[in-house]
Write a protein that binds this ligand. Structure first.
Ligand code: AP5
Ligand code: MG
Length: 221
């Protein structure tokens, strides 16, 4: 399966994509995680990207298009993939379509995680992540067993530098102006499935699996 997730910051893209990648045994390609790895490497490209990210703006398109061009052309993506955070504007979406047409691997489905804005700020500011293994927690909704320590690997949890309350509005504005138009773009391609993203993560996951089942059945007819 070739799957894309859309949704505002904090809607649960990373949470759902990780579960789905485990279940389907395909690669989860998160633009934010890939960019944060470049930032952590401390290269000039990483430092440049960090300035955009810490202001709630998009990193320049050419950086992301090159990054995903490489990932999607590599053998790890051949069995299928889950895209999280790319594309994030129309230029990136058109570029992705052109690349996938060339590779003859079009997207099967686009899930749009729909959620009211007032739930997002608490999700974003309470998020904590493990820099060692990438596990994601929430101080209220999904706390680790021991304060600030990763259940999976024992790493010390950190907060993302863009997960500050004062940045939430800028990130949401960027989402609304640049990324939300992709909902219509993929609806026009008849690939869009809207998923209500409030409620328990496991219930949301079940809704996603149910939609995938419907899709598989319609393909096998
Ligand atoms: P990115 O890392 O993609 O951030 P984002 O889109 O803002 O989304 P988030 O990762 O904040 O949220 P999420 O939807 O993954 O939620 P999560 O599952 O973690 O991008 C960061 C930056 O990189 C961008 O601002 C931009 O600068 C740059 N960038 C990235 N892609 C780019 C591109 N294509 N072009 C240009 N620039 C780009 O959940 C959030 C929290 O809520 C967690 O703590 C989780 O435990 C909790 N949670 C999840 N689900 C639930 C639930 N159902 N109930 C309660 N809590 C929940
Ligand atoms: Mg994420």
């Amino acid at each position: 399966m070739r799957i894309l997730f859309l949704g505002p910051p904090g809607s649960g893209k990373g949470t759902q994509c990780k579960k789905l990648a485990d279940k389907l045994k395909i690669v989860h390609l998160s633009s934010g995680d890939l960019l944060r790895a470049v930032v952590a490497a401390g290269t000039p490209a990483g430092l440049a990207a960090k300035q955009f990210m810490d202001a709630g703006n998009l990193v320049p398109d050419d950086v992301l298009i090159a990054m995903f061009g490489e990932k999607l052309s590599s053998p790890e993506s051949a069995p299928g993939f889950i895209l999280d955070g790319f594309p994030r504007n129309l230029k990136q979406a058109e570029s992705l379509d052109a690349l996938l047409a060339e590779l003859k691997t079009p997207l099967d489905v686009v899930f749009n995680l729909q959620i009211a804005d007032d739930l997002l700020s608490e999700r974003i500011t309470g998020r904590r992540s493990c820099p060692k293994c990438g596990a994601v927690y929430h101080v209220n909704f999904h706390p680790p067993k021991q304060d600030n320590i990763c259940d999976a690997c024992g790493g010390t949890l950190t907060q993302r530098s863009d997960d500050k309350a004062e940045l939430v509005k800028a990130r949401l504005d960027t989402y609304r102006k640049q990324t939300a138009p992709l909902i219509e773009y993929y609806d026009g391609q008849r690939k869009l499935q809207t998923i209500a993203a409030n409620g328990e993560p496991d219930d949301i996951f079940e809704k996603i699996l149910a939609e995938l089942k419907v899709l598989e059945n319609s393909h096998s007819k």
